[in-house]
Design a binder for this molecule. Sequence first.
Ligand code: IPD
Ligand code: CA
Ligand code: CA
Length: 257
Amino acid sequence: MLKQTLLKATEAGAKVLQEYFNGTFTISHKDGINNLVTEADHASEKAIFEVIKSNFPQHYILSEETGELVQDSNVKWIIDPIDGTINFANGIPICCVSIGIEQDGKMIMGAVYNPFMHEFFFAERGLGATLNDKAIHVSDKDNVGTSCLVTGFPYTYLDQPNGPLQVFDRLIRAGIPVRRLGSAAIDLCWVAAGRFDGFYEHKLQAWDSAAGFLIVEEAGGKVTDLKGNYYNPYQPGIVATNGNIHEELIRWIEGSM
Ligand code: IPD
Ligand code: CA
Ligand code: CA
């Protein structure tokens, strides 16, 4: 029932994205000039909430645009109604709905759906990860020098010592390809599918990574914070890799390689 509701909620949100994509919708700004929220983010969130609340009215919900619906429950839904809003607002089909489910403080299920590429990623703890119902696995690359990486940049925090721009500069100057897709949830799923060997980002929110980090782990990858410690989605930094390049990528990020 939990899984069916998750799939249904993710599909309901994605249907809204398809309805609004390339059409006209209102756009408002959050705290920065390019930190946008569109009418579609709110409509997607509403559609997702409706599915969850009709099946599990007692569950706790944390969602990007609405915030927290605090309830006395050991199950928490963590929702990003559109991850990759700037792409979405510009008609770039790299955006998705991302929903993770946490039980007793542990992520147990995650779904990420990009309806424009017809890619539905799903994972359940202990049961592996899938893309459109087919099992996926991380890559087997064993060094950063020959890896293809992906990252993202926050709107603030850029100028911290050894921050996102410095790490990017270091990797790019060494000739290592580092892409920037604009959707952390898709970045993570593409690591899980073996398209990227590693992903790192300095400042994410729980809804960006909740589903994707479980999908990477269940695809055989490794996810930690920026220092290599146990990953907790409520802290900002993340490194997600195929496992083989993990320690080396952390040394590149720290500048200690
Ligand atoms: C953003 C995307 C982006 C990441 C930003 C996030 P949003 O989420 O995941 O890739 O670099 O940090 O805020 O705003 O499109 O939901
Ligand atoms: Ca997001
Ligand atoms: Ca979002």
